[in-house]
Design a protein around this ligand. Structure first.
Ligand code: AMP
Ligand code: ZN
Length: 489
């Protein structure tokens, strides 16, 4: 690359694009709010991690030494933002009559399977040193208690239900959410004894006479940490305050992140947010939501949109990654099966383009010149414009030059996109529902026999073979302009 475009990112704290200036020269330290492992993640949740992964890949592409932490919340996240609900983990554990630890383990593994399938960089996908790594909330409880002790005297007060953070003790509370805090707009004052409607629990005492599955001793009695505390503690412990970038879904811009910021301010003994560093991180980034009309994104609906459901219906998981990359992370994205199908077709075309280049490269001398990749750098440096990087990656196949050079350029684009463009095979992308019983080898053999019959103008046999396949759910698609020779319905 001849020249590096400056990286600009949209900072939610200031609601503007800002040039990225790392706290530690040459390094990038990123914290991403991770899943609460009380249930399977839905594909909307996974959009948040695809976004964080693209951010991480971009920082690596631009040469920063990346440290990327994602947390696993296995305690403390309540069903209700107003601190009055139940712990999501405790609730699921009693509903399923299992221990919380088993529930956490099961859903953590399910989440990691989705991370792997979506080619999000992590230990499960690559041993790259700059891939993300995960911290588990319950491993950090002693540090949480220490953090709370450090801020309790000046910023917290104790009531029957626990230790609460007084949001009036820090400057600019709620700036990230653009909330009016004096009357606690947007908050429900459900807990008896709170000083301000927006005050939140740092430590939740186990009510007298009750026993929680997960509880620890603390100066404020036996109980469990609040959810917001976890993220402040893990981000500060692993990355150090201030770190560079904090990410999450846009819902976190309203309550969870303002509360993390308030705690970070209290802990670092700093004040106003005119200086973003006082929030604990220089940049706060939020992905917009994946939305769906029929309500199947809700975890309470029967057939909710898990990645596994897409896979069971026969879609390659990277088609969903493609769907995410086609939209800008700050735009809402509507999920539809048609949209997923279109993303799959686009991915398949790119993979076919790569296959053709590979075949050509074998017949050509090795390339000499590096293709100019400035455009990729420019587009991704403009607040992660993945949709334009996709267009460039597609156009590389048709550029002039040696096939090997073009393959190298596509490989470079794919370092950011993460679509495995050089290793996927077009047959990997066939729609193959789990319910299908016929094997691919059988389909191929029947199609070969049908081809022979047609070649010898034996149309009766050709039609019979086609009907036989149809009876087993295989639709033969002769001359399909999108190149699907058959699909399994
Ligand atoms: P949770 O496990 O509920 O804490 O959510 C995990 C992540 O997914 C958080 O960053 C949320 O902000 C994000 N998220 C939740 N719903 C959606 C959605 N429909 N689209 C995109 N991100 C979401
Ligand atoms: Zn968080």
């Amino acid at each position: 690359m001849t020249e590096t475009a400056p990286l600009k990112l949209f900072n939610s704290l200031n609601r503007q694009l800002e040039p990225f200036q790392p706290v530690h020269p040459g390094e990038a330290r990123v914290y991403t709010c991770g899943p609460t492992v009380y249930n399977y993640p839905h594909i909307g949740n996974m959009r948040a991690y695809v976004f964080a992964d693209v951010l991480g890949r971009t920082l690596s592409f631009k040469g920063y030494k990346l440290t990327h932490v994602i947390n696993i919340t296995d305690v403390g996240h309540l069903t209700d933002d107003a601190d009055a609900g139940e712990d999501k983990m405790e609730k699921m554990a009693s509903a399923q009559a299992q221990s919380i630890w088993d529930i956490a383990e099961h859903y953590k593994q399910a989440y990691w399977a989705d991370v792997k399938a979506l080619n999000i960089r992590g230990p499960m996908n690559s041993g790259e040193p700059s891939a993300a790594h995960w911290t588990i909330a319950t491993d950090y409880v002693p540090q949480m208690i220490d953090f709370a002790k450090g801020i309790a005297e000046k910023h917290c007060y104790e009531i029957d239900s626990g230790l609460y953070f007084d949001v009036s003790t820090v400057a600019d509370y709620g700036r990230l959410a653009r909330a009016v805090t004096e009357d606690g707009e947007g908050r429900i004052d459900e807990v008896e004894g709170k000083r301000n409607a927006a005050d939140f629990a740092i430590w939740r005492k186990t009510p007298a006479g009750e026993k929680r599955q997960m509880e620890w001793d603390s100066p404020w009695g036996r109980g469990a940490p609040g959810w917001h505390l976890e993220c402040s503690v893990m981000s500060g412990a692993v990355l150090g305050f201030p770190f560079d970038i904090h990410t999450g879904g846009i819902d976190h811009r309203e309550i969870h992140h303002p509360n993390e910021i308030a705690q970070n301010q209290a802990y670092c003994c700093t004040n106003g947010l005119d200086n973003a560093e006082n929030s604990g991180a220089r940049v706060w980034m939020h992905n917009n939501f994946l939305v769906e009309r029929s309500g199947k994104m809700s975890k309470s609906s029967g057939e909710f949109l898990r990645l596994q459901l897409l896979i069971d219906k026969g879609y390659h998981p990277l088609a969903y990654r493609m769907m995410c990359l086609q939209a800008h992370y700050r735009s809402e994205l509507e999920f539809s099966w048609e949209g997923l199908g279109a993303a799959l077709v686009r991915l398949k075309r790119m993979v076919i383009g790569v296959e053709r280049l590979k075949a050509r490269a074998e017949l050509e001398p090795a390339g000499q010149a590096d293709l100019n990749l400035d455009q990729i750098d420019e587009r991704i440096s403009n607040d992660l414009n993945t949709s334009e990087v996709l267009v460039i990656a597609e156009s590389i196949a048709g550029m002039k030059g040696y096939a090997s050079d073009r393959l190298a350029a596509i490989n470079t684009a794919d370092k950011i996109l993460g679509l495995n463009l050089l290793t996927l095979d077009r047959t990997d992308l066939r729609i193959r529902p789990k319910a299908a019983t016929i094997s691919e080898a059988e389909i191929e053999a029947t199609l070969a026999a049908r081809k022979e019959a047609r070649a010898s103008k034996d149309f009766a046999t050709s039609d019979r073979l086609r009907d036989e396949l149809a009876a087993q759910g295989v639709e033969v698609m002769d001359g399909d302009p999108l190149g699907w020779e058959w699909t399994l319905g």
